[in-house]
Design a protein around this ligand. Structure first.
Ligand code: SAM
Length: 310
């Protein structure tokens, strides 16, 4: 305990301040269990006093990338031992951490940025801890999707987070077409990579030409930016740049309009074209591919997938 107290003294934050009146909580030893601690998504100041206290007093911190997390921990003078917990070792690491937790350890989980488990590791260990009857404590804080949503100007009453869209164009289109077939009113949120944003905006422009779209880029960082407009307008703005950089949350308001014809599956469109225009399957597929900006072989693979052959 003495060692932990010294570690905590090294943090740059005042431990007693009007903003943090709970002296009793600060001095009470940390309860055993798994702590899911949210960390900044860009601005190192975006971390709560409670998160810093948990990180300083935990027995170990499981980090998505220990080198990345050391920057944050070092910035706040926290020297708690770390262990890696990422997508490729979470399964193997879980039994070891569970054994420590079962003996009363306090283990914190942090990802590179934001809330652990949200498009990040942590949920396998969390489920295993719950199954083993170990207390799980969420320590709330930054999350890119919610940060983007509240400043987007789009409705917040009903929203759906879809994480990352598939990387392959065909699979991405299929998922977006599926969403476009719904007439639900909601704000949809996606995480998107800068090198795919133009293609994804093209898809949105086809499926929801009138919808309000927001690109939230580099949230909480120096070059934070919100672009608002239709998908086609935002695509034009971003395409005019030499390169699109940074981290992006993409938001779209779906408003209960009837789905665009191109929201049909490729299989449905091929069947329709064969019936309505007397095209053979090959020509119908060629046309459906063109309408979706897909290559012929990609459209063929998608058709096979939709028909359950792959
Ligand atoms: N766990 C994180 C959270 O709670 O937001 C998300 C991790 S996910 C691997 C990383 C993605 O989140 C990025 O590719 C980007 O889409 C989004 N993201 C993270 N930080 C962001 C930021 N500062 N601005 C915009 N998007 C961000």
């Amino acid at each position: 305990m003495a060692e932990k107290a010294i570690r905590m003294q090294a943090t740059t934050l005042p431990t007693h301040s009007p903003a943090n009146p709970s002296q009793e909580e600060e001095t009470r030893p940390l309860a055993p269990g798994l702590y899911l601690v949210s960390t900044p998504i860009g601005n190192l100041e975006d971390i709560t006093l409670r998160a810093l206290r948990i990180l300083a007093f935990a027995d170990r911190i499981a980090c998505e990338d220990t080198r990345q997390s050391h920057k944050l921990l070092h910035h706040h003078g926290i020297a708690t031992p770390t262990v890696s917990l990422h997508a490729h070792n979470e399964g193997d690491r879980t039994p070891e951490l569970l054994a420590e937790l079962a003996q009363g350890a306090r283990i914190a989980v942090i990802s590179d940025a934001g809330t652990p488990g949200i498009s990040d590791p942590g949920m396998h260990l969390t489920s295993a801890a719950i199954a083993a009857g170990i207390p799980v404590h969420p320590i709330p804080g930054p999350n890119a999707a919610l940060t983007a949503l509240v400043a987007s100007g789009l409705p917040v009453e009903r929203f759906a987070f879809h994480g990352f869209l598939p990387e392959k164009a065909g699979a991405r289109r299929t998922q977006l077409e599926y969403l476009a077939r719904s007439s639900d009113k909601a704000t949809l949120l996606f995480y998107e990579a800068p090198h795919r944003i133009l293609d994804t905006l093209s898809d949105l422009a086809t499926l929801w030409p009138q919808a309000r779209v927001v690109v939230a880029r580099e949230l909480t960082k120096l070059h934070e930016e919100f672009l608002r407009g239709t998908a086609a307008e935002l695509r034009q703005t971003l395409a005019a740049r030499e390169r699109v950089r940074g981290e992006i949350v993409l938001l779209l308001e779906t408003g209960g309009q009837p789905p665009e014809p191109q929201a049909q599956t490729i299989a449905a469109r091929v069947t329709e074209l064969m019936a309505s225009e007397s095209l053979n399957e090959k020509d119908a597929l060629k046309r459906a591919a063109r309408e979706r900006n897909l290559g012929k072989s990609e459209a063929y693979r998608e058709l096979q997938r939709e028909r359950g052959k792959r």
